[in-house]
Design a protein around this ligand. Sequence first.
Ligand code: UDX
Length: 453
Amino acid sequence: MAVLAHNCSNIRVTVVDINEKQISRWNDPDLSKLPVYEPGLAEIISKTRFKNLYFSSNVEQSIKEADIIFISVNTPTKMHGIGSGQASDLRWVESSARLVSKYARGYTIVVEKSTVPVRTGAKVEAILTSTSQNIDNETLHKSFDVLSNPEFLAEGTAIEDLQTPDRVLIGGKSEKAINALSEIYKNWVPEEKIIKTNLWSSELSKLSANAFLAQRVSSINAISGICEVTGADINEVANSIGKDNRIGTKFLRPGPGFGGSCFKKDILNLVYLCEHYGLYEIANYWKQVVEINNYQQERVFRIVVNKLFGTVANKKITILGFAFKANTNDTRESPSINICKKLIEEGAHLSINDPKVTKNKIINDLGIDPIEKNCTNYDQLLGSWSFEPDIYKALHSSDAVLILCDWEIYYELKWSDIIKGMRKPSWIFDTRNVVSSAAIEGLNINLWRLGQG
Ligand code: UDX
């Protein structure tokens, strides 16, 4: 919405949330306190906030005034009841639709921005129209059109992705509504990049795009395992196959597995959808993408333990990177969570570093309290972890370092200095191809790189 406001100075954008605390953080004069870290976002907000971009918790009033409403609530995987573990929890989409239905005035275009299962549009439409028919006279004049306009941005590059998208997808029945939304995007997106489809194609395209992307990561990660046992090099293989135009070079980087709020959730949702329609073979096909992703995390954990003589008990391991990827403070489904938990269970003492993830977030994700920084009495403890914002301190007296994110600063580490403070034999486990052989040449340090035979 910040990018939309930035490109359309004649449109007033109001972002509303029932969470007042969150809204006040978006209104904080100190832009470093915005709830989300995203390169370039603070700059855009500083240019648009209080001009044509507003953050408010007055949901009712904002709905009344709006011509177009984007429903952008989360749709996490259901953890209870029917479809538990796979289906999307649509309670917030539904409650938003009910609010819109109640408070909207006149003709309103309702846009599904949240990623939703195919045919959610029908449910939204049913809620909107049912309530509008049975309240007071004024509300009888309401009418709605529902559109699907999924978001394809990736975290860390969100502003760039929004500013120059590969495509903008608008699905719906009403040509008038589709054109109205398309006119807004045309302020900065070339017309040929705006794709118009029916509602169901648009909803399914979002799930399919994420499933394809996740499948590519699982595919390259599966090949990385073969490389390690055969002597092939995953980077050489990725480069060779990526040169085929039909395959392309992007999304072929091996790693500890995909994380983030979307891939796993959307694939599981697709699996649920397939099973609902009796398409069990197709469901199993997509399930395997998630299974390979779990396997990749388990594989990294086991390699670390095996290389450290089969035990990590009472060993200090430095974890570089806790976010699900670089350039974000988001840790949702981060492979680091599983890998760290397993290492702690095995008795390791982790010193965790990440440039943007806070200690509190890690406490929340691991569900274990950290030990005091100066604790030296490791023997008394089972596995443990501590948070260390200073990378060099984090690495001091470590037996091993496990790189799980490719933050820029990790490429610049001076291994010749670091090695002096590490316990011998010292190990670097690099899952993101951050450390080159040249960087450690002549140093007494063992390097294991994911996908390198
Ligand atoms: C993804 C989609 O890219 C985006 O279109 C959609 O709107 C939301 O989900 P995001 O989760 O922000 O975006 O990040 P993305 O860059 O796609 O990475 C997802 C995960 O895959 C990360 O854990 C990343 O490290 C991993 N990944 C990605 C790889 O391991 N290798 C790659 O080559 C690419």
